[in-house]
Design a protein around this ligand. Structure first.
Ligand SMILES: Cc1ncc(CO)c(N)n1
Length: 216
């Protein structure tokens, strides 16, 4: 079985919970409170800044310059998406939040940064896969069932769109090659990393929905 098929099956219950989460259900119908969306966009800008770093670091752990280039391009794109958030949503919604990372965002970004630095290249890449693939599947599912007009149309279009799809396809192909070449023990750790990041995707959405703050 292809690595990506294996992990998709392994994390299917997590994906289904993500899709059913009220954040995504309300995004789909447009009923999501704007204050919740603002909180999410702010947290996502903090996420994307670290996601870019994790991608770049993972790239430096590869053994070919082709792979390094691929991951540097992913990193560049994450930075450009982060900037676009500021130019569009931050301006449109007058987001002036300064609270920093909520616990959910903190957990996810630090997991990605730690994996990229301290895990093997293959495991680091597997940890980064849900950021692409789960977002793509969620974007597509929302796009296919959304209420129109929808105040969050730009967000939906970005993740259901062609440009993001190209990056996701490249990442999936990369993961399948790495999974195929990996020893059984490395492959098992790759599956574990994919699962952990999938759970953290859920945690991130749930944190945004609750506008999570630090308890102390
Ligand atoms: C939390 C999160 N995961 C994945 C993506 C897509 O890269 C994003 N923008 N935010």
């Amino acid at each position: 079985m292809k690595f990506t098929e294996q992990v998709w099956n392994a994390a299917l219950p997590v994906y289904e919970k993500i899709l059913a989460h009220p954040f995504n259900q309300e995004l789909k119908t447009g009923a999501l409170p704007v204050e919740t969306f603002k909180f999410y966009i702010y947290q996502d800008s903090l996420y994307l800044a670290d996601f870019a770093r994790a991608l770049a670091v993972a790239g430096t752990r590869s053994s070919t310059s082709g792979e390094l280039l691929e991951f540097l391009q992913f990193a560049q794109n994450a930075i450009l998406v982060e900037r676009a958030l500021h130019e569009s949503y931050f301006a449109e919604y007058k987001i002036e939040l300064t609270s920093g990372k909520a616990p959910g965002c903190f957990a996810y970004t630090n997991y990605l940064l730690a994996s990229s630095a301290y895990e093997s290249y293959e495991v680091a890449v597997a940890a980064l896969l849900p950021c692409f693939w789960i977002y793509k599947r969620v974007g597509d599912a929302i796009y296919a069932n959304q209420t129109t007009p929808n105040p969050y149309q730009n967000w939906i279009d970005a993740y259901a769109g062609e440009e993001f799809a190209v990056a996701v396809t490249r990442m999936l192909a990369r993961c399948d090659r790495l999974g195929e070449q990996a020893s059984e023990s490395v492959r098992n750790r790759m599956v574990e990393a994919y699962l952990t990041s999938s759970r953290l995707e859920y945690v991130f959405w749930d944190s945004a929905y609750r506008r999570e703050t630090w308890p102390v």
